[in-house]
Design a binder for this molecule. Structure first.
Ligand code: GLN
Length: 537
């Protein structure tokens, strides 16, 4: 029978529920359990695909093409197990299902209400992955903070779930804050007490408290929290600030979070967690033998969460190369042909980021021209690849009007144009080309060398594509399509023949980079940037 762990948050947002959930899952997985994590988000959008990155950070895309919360990225990076649409549910989706069923007549004669109909639908979704038989333990992270109006139906659903499943089959871990008051020189437990009281008001007694803190929790303080919040002292877990999120599983191991969880769920400890390769990764991460500076050119750079998977993929690839990768965010709107040398000249490599719309596009194109002409390693992702195609069209092929029809619908040289299948689509939610598609690599190309095989599968999120009418001219001039979708001939990877490292992808390799499997495109780009940095010296 599947066991369920719910993770709630109290006091404030941004305490790192996603990382705690992923770390606990990692420890349980390392003990031999089959674990998955799902996230329930209390907003009304059906999925975060229609949210601006400024609102909600990066939109993470799964193999099956779901546009999801960026926490799913952490789950995959920690566990190395793919997630699906079922791993991310929003209030919008819950209501949509219930309302659709009401229209079908499924509730004949009944008043459709938050309790029981919405809470039943939430519980049905909470159980879905567990019922697949693929997992021993399902961890459910509830977005938002206890006490938020919009979180209420979820908290009520957890109360019912816990009661129905029994205390050995479903437990609640509550993440809270124990702040340090500098003036008093003390850690304060009151916010934790209040947030647990609030959970109690809703009928939930948390089983374990994970306390975020900037200082160590003394035994006395743990005792006090245990006493006021009705938990055992070994269920008060300290979660101190960590240097890297990848330290958190080891910190939780030290606090015996996994042992406490397993004992509450009446599950055997099995083997001690096998974390050898995780520790090896951390060893490389913390003891680099070289250092490089990579420019990340994008328009959402004010918010680091907007490029979460990219910055994490650099951490994996850096550790693999035993190199500290410093990522410098560069705003594409501020770049022009006149200042690119000053802004990019010292970098060891440049990544031009994905994105939508015209803002900052000319800055990206100016950056790519400089990189191409000065032999600096280049990595383009999605819009980054499209910009490389536009730049090459304008400055090498002499197509003055080379552009994407996303930016200029009537351009004379639409080197990037809307995919045929997209032309009839008018609504925005979930309608891009999404999820995993296969791609064939041309033998002997850089892409082939990077992957070491000819057939790959990568995840997508776009509407526009390389216009194949121009392909022959591009290839003749030295920009080749080294990766192509075998079913519809969409260009997936371009590269330059006469450049030390100039590779760009229409897909999003960052979404598949994990601690266990750093992505080859990031690994090789970092390696090329290390080479470039040596040459500079
Ligand atoms: N805006 C571009 C497209 O829709 C690129 C998308 C992206 O970078 N994810 O094709």
């Amino acid at each position: 029978m599947t066991k369920y762990i719910f993770v709630t948050g109290g006091v404030t947002s941004s305490l790192g529920k996603g990382i705690i959930s992923a770390s606990l899952a990692k420890l349980l997985q390392a003990r031999g359990y089959r674990v998955t994590i799902q996230k329930f988000d209390p907003y009304i959008n059906i999925d975060p695909g229609t949210l601006n990155p400024y609102e909600h950070g990066e939109c993470y895309v799964t193999e099956d093409g779901a546009e999801t919360d960026l926490d799913l990225g952490h789950y995959e990076r920690f566990l190395n197990v793919p997630t699906t649409q079922a791993n991310n549910i929003t209030t919008g989706r819950i209501y949509q299902n219930v309302i659709n069923r009401e229209r079908e007549g499924a509730y004949l004669g009944k008043t459709v209400q938050v309790v029981p109909h919405i809470t039943d639908e939430i519980k049905r979704n909470m159980r879905l992955l567990g019922e697949s038989g693929e997992y021993d333990i399902v961890i459910t992270e509830l977005g938002g903070t206890v006490g938020d109006i919009e979180s209420l139906p979820y908290i009520e659903a957890v109360r019912q779930f816990k009661w129905e499943a029994g205390s050995n089959n479903a437990i609640v871990i509550h993440l809270t804050l124990v702040p340090f008051l500098a003036a008093a020189g003390e850690l304060k437990t009151k916010p934790t007490q209040h947030s647990v009281k609030m959970l109690l008001e809703y009928g939930i007694q948390p089983d374990i408290l994970v306390c975020r803190t900037e200082h160590h929790l003394s035994q006395d303080l743990r005792k006090k929290i245990a006493l006021f919040c009705n938990v055992n002292i070994n269920a008060v877990i300290e979660s101190a600030d960590a240097k890297t999120i990848y330290d958190v599983p080891l910190l939780m191991l030290k606090e015996q979070l996994d042992r406490t969880v397993l004992s509450k769920l009446k599950l055997p400890l099995k083997n001690e967690p096998d974390l050898e390769s995780w520790k090896e990764f951390l060893g490389h991460l913390k003891n680099p033998t070289s250092e490089i500076k990579i420019g990340l050119v994008g328009k959402y750079v004010e918010l680091p969460d907007a490029y979460k998977s990219i910055t994490e993929a650099f951490i994996h690839a850096g550790a693999y190369n035993e190199c500290k990768v410093r990522v410098e965010c560069i705003h594409s709107e501020g770049l022009t042909e006149d200042n690119v040398k000053a802004k990019l000249g010292n970098l060891d490599g440049v990544l031009v980021a994905p994105g939508f719309g015209a803002r900052g596009i000319e800055g990206k194109i100016a950056a790519i021209k400089f990189i191409r002409e000065n032999n600096i390693p280049f990595f383009g992702i999605c819009l980054g690849m499209q910009c490389a195609v536009i730049e090459f069209g304008r400055n090498v092929l002499g197509l003055k009007n080379a552009h994407s029809t996303e930016m200029d619908e009537n351009t004379a040289d639409a080197v990037i144009s809307m995919m045929e299948e997209q032309k009839k689509i008018t609504s925005k939610g979930g309608t891009m080309r999404l999820g995993a598609y296969t791609c064939e690599l041309k033998k002997g190309t850089k892409a082939h060398h990077i992957y070491g095989k000819t057939k790959i599968s990568e995840r997508h999120r776009h509407r526009y594509e390389f216009n194949n009418e121009y392909l022959a001219a591009y290839e003749k001039a030295g920009m080749i399509a080294s990766g192509v979708n075998p079913d519809n001939n969409l260009v997936e990877i371009i590269e330059l023949k006469n450049h030390p490292y100039f590779v760009a992808a229409q897909f999003h390799p960052e979404l598949k980079s994990t601690v266990a499997n750093p992505h080859p495109l990031f690994v090789k780009f970092v390696a090329a940037s290390i080479e470039h940095s040596k040459k500079k010296i």
